[in-house]
Design a protein around this ligand. Sequence first.
Ligand code: SF4
Ligand code: SF4
Length: 147
Amino acid sequence: MAGSEADIDEDVKQILDAARYDIGKFCIEECNAYCCRKGYLVLTPEQMELTLQGREDEFFEKGFLKTLSDGNYSLYMGDKDYPCPSLKDNMCSIHKDPKRSDTCKAFPISIEDNTIYVSKRCLAGNANILYPYIARLVKKGFVLPKD
Ligand code: SF4
Ligand code: SF4
């Protein structure tokens, strides 16, 4: 997953942002925020505090939050009763916060070097809903991975 998009041209960023924004209805109504219910997030201390919303102790006790050797944190989202603590009504309650995890900001479509990556975990990607945005990126010279 791409981290920073600092080096990407503004028009390409706009295509990526539009893709992420335009699948919002599908995310909420069809997918039920799968990516916020399954998987792991690596978080810096600041991101952890923002994302856990005061539930650090509870998540530590359950074993769903762990401290990593580099001082960051690993948040496990897999238990049906413990999705990401920032998920409210199938929406990310910290979506507009610039301190949100870079992984979340870049999901599910990102550019690294000249290549377009769409997460294989994303139902919108698997349903080809992102195709119009991918086509615009391909027109600009970006390529899809070969596999
Ligand atoms: S997995 Fe894809 S479609 Fe589902 S909520 Fe996440 S970004 Fe949206
Ligand atoms: S921070 Fe937001 S986008 Fe990221 S996993 Fe949690 S609810 Fe989903």
